[in-house]
Design a protein around this ligand. Structure first.
Ligand code: ADP
Ligand code: MG
Length: 298
């Protein structure tokens, strides 16, 4: 028997490196007329590296002690930023103390008790918004300085006080800019960036890939709201993401695609399709395959 067009398109997409979970999804891919992409781990490689350690004046921790506490708290997390912190500690030969009472808040960061001290690691904007005093001001200034350079700043608080700021830098995927150009041509609309990261780092990256519409500082539910708003305006939104924080938006989208290699299990399970080799250029390829198949079906 000849394979039905949507099934052979699925097989073809698989050869291109996109695992499409059903024929319905294969059909929907070609209907997308708007695209929303996550930043960290999606447009960037998601293997960020620690570049600087800034203990704050007044904290009793030096660079090494600060990194050791942050890495211990981040150890249970699967977030790419957590991996950067843990890898930096390992490269310096630090052994990680056990983390107790670990909690993780998507889009914000982690908390844990390490050697009897309460450690929080995460978004400076979110962790500092309720605090006041000289240390909070110093932390905000250090974070703003690093973010202006395009880094992601990560705050480390110890026993409720800001103790230091870590700078983390990530590389753009080599095919990110070309993919944005192709997606704009294919869908007839300019892709949108939805990110939990800070507005400065987001704007810098958007500039590099040619995205104009940037929504930064988003929590997972804010990404969902952005997608719903587009869908209520009549768009069929294709969402591309990798993280636990992207899962609700992937579920809300007309079609959700997850980055397979570095993607979280939840994103992979929630998405309708998975990019197996993490090549962004496979997304426009899959859209084209879907459209070809639909021409054959009707
Ligand atoms: P994106 O949407 O760009 O993938 P996320 O929503 O995953 O980003 O994270 C948003 C922000 O939350 C990060 O820029 C960081 O400040 C903070 N954050 C989240 N998880 C962690 C973590 N495990 N360690 C440090 N910071 C974190
Ligand atoms: Mg991400």
């Amino acid at each position: 028997a000849t394979m039905p067009p949507l099934l052979s398109a699925m097989a073809n997409a698989g050869r291109h490196g996109v695992l499409v979970k059903s024929a319905v999804v294969m059909e929907r891919l070609g209907q997308a007329d708007a695209v929303a992409l996550d930043k960290t781990g999606t447009l960037t490689e998601g293997t960020p590296r620690l570049t600087d350690i800034h203990p704050l004046v007044g904290s009793d921790l030096d660079e090494v002690a600060l990194l050791a506490l942050a890495a211990a708290a981040e150890h249970p997390s699967e977030h790419p930023l957590a991996r950067a912190v843990v890898d930096a500690a390992r490269e310096r030969g630090l052994s990680l103390a056990a983390a107790e009472d670990f909690t993780s808040t998507p889009g914000q960061g982690v908390t844990a008790t390490v050697q009897g001290r309460k450690v929080a690691v995460g978004s400076p904007a979110r962790l500092l918004d309720t605090g006041a005093g000289p240390r909070v001001a110093a932390a905000q200034a250090a974070a703003a300085d690093l973010e202006g350079k395009g880094h992601t700043a990560v705050l480390v608080s110890v026993d409720g006080q800001p103790a230091g700021v870590l700078a983390i830098a990530d590389r753009l995927r080599p095919d990110a800019a070309a993919t944005i150009t192709s997606l704009t041509a294919l869908t007839g609309s300019a892709p949108v960036l939805l990110t939990g990261d800070n507005p400065r780092a987001a704007a810098r990256l958007a500039d590099q890939v040619g995205i104009i519409d940037v929504r930064a500082g988003l929590l997972p539910q804010d990404k969902v709201a952005a997608v719903r708003e587009m869908e209520q305006a009549g768009r069929r939104v294709l969402v591309v993401g990798d993280g636990v924080n992207d899962a609700p938006a992937l579920a809300a989208a007309h079609t959700g695609i997850a980055m397979g290699r570095a993607g979280s299990d939840l994103a992979l399970e929630t998405a309708d399709a998975v990019i197996v080799r993490d090549e962004l250029a496979t997304i426009p390829a899959a859209i084209s395959l879907s459209r070809q198949a639909r021409r054959l079906v009707v």
